[in-house]
Design a protein around this ligand. Sequence first.
Ligand SMILES: O=C(O)CCC(=O)C(=O)O
Ligand SMILES: [Fe+2]
Length: 567
Amino acid sequence: MPPPAEKSRSWSSLPAPHRRQAITPPTLVPAANPIAVRLGCRRCSHDAPSQTQRVSMATTSAYVAAAGGEAAVWPCRGTLLRPRPPPPRLAFLSRTPARGASISLPTGLHRAAAAAEGRTGMGVGSEEKEEGLTWLELEPIDSDDQLDWALAAGQQRGAPIVLLCSPLEVIKGVFGNSPASIFSKILDASGRGAESTDLGKPGVLMEDTKPRNLGGSLPVPNVQDLAARPEDLPPTLLDRYLRPQPRTVDLLPDAPADEQEHVPVVDLGRLLGQEHGAEEAARLRFACENWGFFQVVNHGIPEETMEEMKRNVMGFFALPLAEKASLAQKPGGIEGYGQAFVVSEEQKLDWADMFYLLTQPPTYRDLHLWPSHPSTFKNCLESYSAEVQRVAGELLRVMAENLGVRDHSDMTRLAATQSTRMNYYPPCPEAHVDRVLGLSPHSDATGLTLLLQVSSVPGLQIRRNGGWLPVMPLPGALLANVGDVIEVFTNGKYKSVEHRAVVNAREERMSIAAFHSSENGTTYGPLEDIVGDQEARYRSISDEEFYKLVVSSELDGKKIMDAMKIS
Ligand SMILES: O=C(O)CCC(=O)C(=O)O
Ligand SMILES: [Fe+2]
């Protein structure tokens, strides 16, 4: 669904109370307090009742990330922030388009101003009732002077400022100035200078969009529900799950039982350390070149975080169907509870349900779809997803080194976004188990996947030497695999590997796959440093075009890569 159209607003068109602030404009001095700057959006993906609330939702994650704080967010109902001490550095966060630049300040001051005018709340609605800091839009900025004014206002109030920006061309049009000079002004005003951050490059406007809707899947029955009453499964429906060929026939003929030990293991602690770094990097290179899959151990994610994530996912899938269904995918969208990649009534269906969420960066999240039960789910997913994203970034950096990519960010940008797919494979009636698959053969259409298996029930199989090799993750390990985007970036040097999930007659199985990719609005194509003087073997296309192709296709081996190859 397109975002709600924003009312066009300008400084002078604002109602008077917005402008009546007792601030002496502008004498910019280096700030004692850091100013949090967010290049972001003034819209939310949902219909908030007021502009103000949209802004407050959009700024939440910026503030939280900048302040290193915690937040509990209720879509359209306001935001409760529990700030922690300010961050050591200025943070540039992710970006989405909006019509104009604006600056936001904490609401307390607005409340004071509103109260002085005998008004209550300036349209903040339920936000007023929450304790703690909330955010309000202060003013749109549409000139250099106004920017100075707002920065000075922020300084005077010692308040964190959230700057919400438009796409690059709008900024250029409005300010007639280069974005870099605007941002260096902000950096100077913050007293932080041009420090770099983990989240972006200061002085560089990173133009971006919230993910566009790239399409969805045809609706399918809920498999957990079908599995709960197999006797009611009509033969015509069952037929949609039964594949022509028993799954056992294509198992690797001679796969020794212990073959899975050969899926390479990479020790992240060693990889990042001085002493064994080179040795471990060679292991990573070998895994990427020869397997496309490896297990990551010693990754630094606290065991408790992993275990809690598993408990929450189990708890979520154990909820009554009606409660899960309240988080169902919307028609034409992929995020939420349901299934993906079903594009025709004829195709064979997977014996599984999935719950899919955009998890990083925080501004990409649709918090409507984050479950309230189990009550720990949201916080847990928040911590888990950040940890996993860190691991992805670290692995990608060493991959860049291994590949001789000079600017590591060419690879590490593939950890900029993350989506999390929680898979639930119910037990399948014994009589059919051999002809039913939990997840059709596919390669992952993103950059790097990190998979956490929830229990010890086996199910994952990878394509190897012409057959299917069962893989059982080591306890506490994450299973990593190279996705299609890395295959394209590396011009085929690292290949994504087909895999599938089989089902079990008696036991349910769950897995949590975190897919990492670049921000929206980029191009996918072979990296120059890798192609060198050779031929590019894959086409370069926009990520949007790429993902539209992915979402509108049935999961079918490496079909997407075939479409990307230059023949
Ligand atoms: O459940 C599994 O082990 C595999 C999941 C997977 O491949 C996916 O979600 O893409
Ligand atoms: Fe996968």
